[in-house]
Design a protein around this ligand. Structure first.
Ligand code: 5GP
Ligand code: MN
Length: 333
């Protein structure tokens, strides 16, 4: 948590006119973009000059988040991103705790002399910075950004765009307020947003009612043709190959949530989703109860994450990746 001296340091470094770069992780999700945009809008109200740099492109549904159209994608605008970083006084790392998760932009941050502030809710931080605001019991980075604004005595600066951005992050990182990490504070924050007039239903619509027919059909195909059970129904997994994604003209984000469909089967305690892309297989893991997937992701699939939601990757063919999963999963479930 933040100490009094951290808060004083943050107040000092964020004086009006400060150049701030906010960075987040690869394949940014609703929490990554929601928390980054909320922080940028807040800091601009304080007189800072803010930029958000993300390693790679955003899924389409994230464009609902206020301020997201200002985001610089490092992959597409390398020199602009580098220039912003070299001109920065302060760099924030949001929703990740290891610069590797920010790809080649992370490597540039490592070399940067700017003041570094981490705001994150993942376990086992591996980050060399000036301020660590890391709480792995917190449901989302979005909630931590709200708490930071509160700690800095600036709640009156939270307007509707900031509330929408934070609410977007809260919904997407809590499975619509259902995960065990949701607490009284989460609902206090929502109550505050409703008091200032947040149209919460619009945010839900932006997240959940944006399906294309292709996406629905891809999801239908995955569930009917590519879902398997293991361990007497305690483990479920879904897999898709590059050709399947092409067949349904899949766009970024179209397979998001599929892993939760596998976890929703009665009796399933762990679910995985495998997707082949270029030279690698990207994997999502989800679990419940006493099964922790961050350990499995870290120990066997070059990954990590939270106890109940983690991810990783594999450099062998999808069939071999699944064979390995079938073998190692016995030690976890
Ligand atoms: P998702 O399955 O939604 O991509 O990711 C779930 C969680 O696992 C997220 O909190 C994300 O930060 C983490 N995660 C996903 N992929 C990776 C990875 O390759 N490495 C690490 N360390 N964490 C990951
Ligand atoms: Mn998050």
């Amino acid at each position: 948590m933040l100490s009094k001296s951290d808060i004083e340091k943050i107040k000092l470094v964020l004086a009006p006119g400060t150049n701030v770069v906010i960075s987040t992780h690869k394949s940014p999700d609703g929490d990554a973009i929601g928390s980054s945009c909320a922080l940028a809008m807040y800091l601009e109200k304080k007189g800072c000059n803010c930029s958000i740099v993300v390693p790679d492109a955003l899924a389409d549904f994230l464009s609902f988040i206020p301020y997201s159209d200002n985001i610089i994608v490092h992959e597409n605008m390398e020199s602009k991103a580098q220039e912003l970083l070299s001109d920065s006084d302060v760099v924030f790392s949001l929703d990740y705790n290891d610069l590797k998760r920010a790809g080649s932009f992370g490597a540039l941050i490592a070399d940067s002399k700017s003041f570094k502030i981490l705001i994150d809710h993942h376990e086992e931080p591996n980050y060399d910075g000036d301020i660590y605001y890391n709480d792995s019991t917190c449901c989302s980075t979005a909630q931590l950004v709200f708490d930071l604004i509160d700690e800095l005595d600036d709640l009156e600066l939270v307007d509707l765009p900031i509330a929408e951005a934070i609410y977007f992050g809260l919904i997407t990182d809590t499975g619509s307020f259902r995960f065990p990490s949701v607490n009284e504070r989460t609902h206090e924050i929502i109550a505050h947003f409703l008091k200032i007039g947040l149209a919460h239903y619009k945010v839900h619509e932006a997240i959940f009612d944006h399906n294309s027919i292709n996406r629905l059909q891809l999801n239908g195909f995955a569930i009917s043709e590519r879902l398997e059970l293991l361990q007497n129904g305690r483990v479920a997994f879904i897999w898709l190959e590059e050709e399947d994604l092409k067949r349904f003209s899949a766009e970024k984000g179209d397979t998001e949530g599929l892993v939760n469909k596998a976890l929703s089967i009665s009796g399933v305690q762990m679910a995985a989703f495998f997707r082949s892309a270029k030279e690698m297989v990207k994997i999502s893991f989800r679990s419940k109860g006493t099964v922790f997937v961050n350990e499995l992701a870290r120990d066997h699939f070059n990954g990590g994450g939270h106890k109940y939601a983690a991810g990783g990757s594999s450099e062998v063919a999808i069939i071999d990746t699944i064979a390995k999963f079938k073998k190692v999963v016995e030690d976890y479930v």
